[in-house]
Design a protein around this ligand. Structure first.
Ligand SMILES: NC(=O)c1ccc[n+]([C@@H]2O[C@H](COP(=O)([O-])OP(=O)(O)OC[C@H]3O[C@@H](n4cnc5c(N)ncnc54)[C@H](O)[C@@H]3O)[C@@H](O)[C@H]2O)c1
Length: 279
């Protein structure tokens, strides 16, 4: 694969289930040590123990709340003390709160932005010193969403947060390029994970109840013209991850059939350029 992966160290947030657990599995299968971090301590522990058993690689786990900067700083120190550093950092946590724009509350917005956007920024800030102390191949992976290419209704807060993750990744990639640290943004489509359940559980009590109206998912799905062809398992979604990271690709489209919808938006932007040039 062009990089000696065995013995390298990967750290993944949101590693307790779904995409994060699948990323950990992909890294461990390549002989990499894995740090599994999640607000759900028991699930992070399970990911780490399973991979230590099946792949025989060093692993560690720790509870971390990416909504809390101190929690990430302590986790970074623990990872360095236990595994010896970090070569690949996956800032993968994202929470979902459905709601039409006029229904989303200030608490909905501040929670989603604090976890999805600032949580991503804080994860990078806490672990970047560890990456900088290592040498050779290193990478940062940020989990955005297909929502930035094929937006839908009732996803306002989540979608806004994922656009911000993408924007952060673009600048980070430029700023770290001279140091030889790659930055890759991942755009997953639908995956049958615990995302809604884990979002509901992770929402702090002071932010109020996590709400899902009976028609939220159907209305969102029909607005995005998405069907079964957009859904894949997390394991399938990460099949190219390591190859793309080693090649320092800026983007990973994991799965989904939204290329035509993406081209429609691209065409609308092209048309705006045309109108400007002919104005
Ligand atoms: N499932 C999908 O259809 C889908 C689609 C596109 C993008 N994504 C993105 O993929 C990423 C992973 O989601 P998933 O589908 O694997 O869901 P998941 O629920 O299986 O995994 C998310 C994990 O994040 C943890 N978590 C939640 N809040 C946290 C916090 N404050 N601090 C630390 N950990 C926290 C949860 O405990 C959970 O284990 C997210 O960024 C999500 O937005 C998911």
């Amino acid at each position: 694969m062009g990089a000696d992966l065995a013995g390298r160290i990967a750290v993944v947030t949101g590693a307790g289930s779904g995409l994060g657990a699948a990323m950990c599995g992909r890294f461990a299968a390549a002989g990499m040590a894995v740090g599994a971090l999640d607000i759900d301590d028991a699930r992070a522990k399970e990911t780490a123990a399973t991979l230590a058993g099946s792949c025989g690689v060093p692993t560690m786990s720790r509870r971390v709340d990416v909504g809390d900067p101190g929690s990430l700083e302590r986790a970074a120190a623990a990872v360095e003390a236990t595994l010896g550093g970090c070569d690949v950092l996956c800032a993968n946590v994202g929470v979902q709160q459905f709601g039409a724009i006029d229904r989303l509350t200030d608490d909905d917005w501040t929670w989603v932005m604090n976890v999805n956007v600032l949580g991503t920024v804080r994860t990078v800030a806490a672990f970047l010193p560890l990456l900088r102390r290592r040498s050779g191949w290193r990478a940062v992976v940020l989990t955005a969403s297909s929502g930035v290419f094929i937006p839908g209704v009732r996803l306002g807060a989540y979608q806004t947060s994922k656009f911000a993750v993408w924007g952060f990744g673009e600048t980070l990639r430029q700023e770290l390029a001279a140091e030889g640290i790659g930055v890759t943004v991942l755009f997953p489509a639908g995956m049958p994970t615990r995302h809604l359940e884990s979002s509901a559980r992770a929402r702090p009590a002071e932010k109020g109840e996590w709400v899902l109206l009976p028609d939220d998912i159907d209305v969102m799905m029909s607005s995005r013209k998405m069907g079964d062809e957009h859904v894949a398992t997390p394991e399938h979604a990460v099949r190219n991850l390591l190859t793309d990271l080693v090649a320092d690709e800026p983007y990973v489209i994991t799965h989904g059939a939204y290329r035509a919808a993406y081209h429609e938006r691209l065409a609308a932007i092209e048309a705006a350029f045309d109108r400007m040039e002919h104005a």
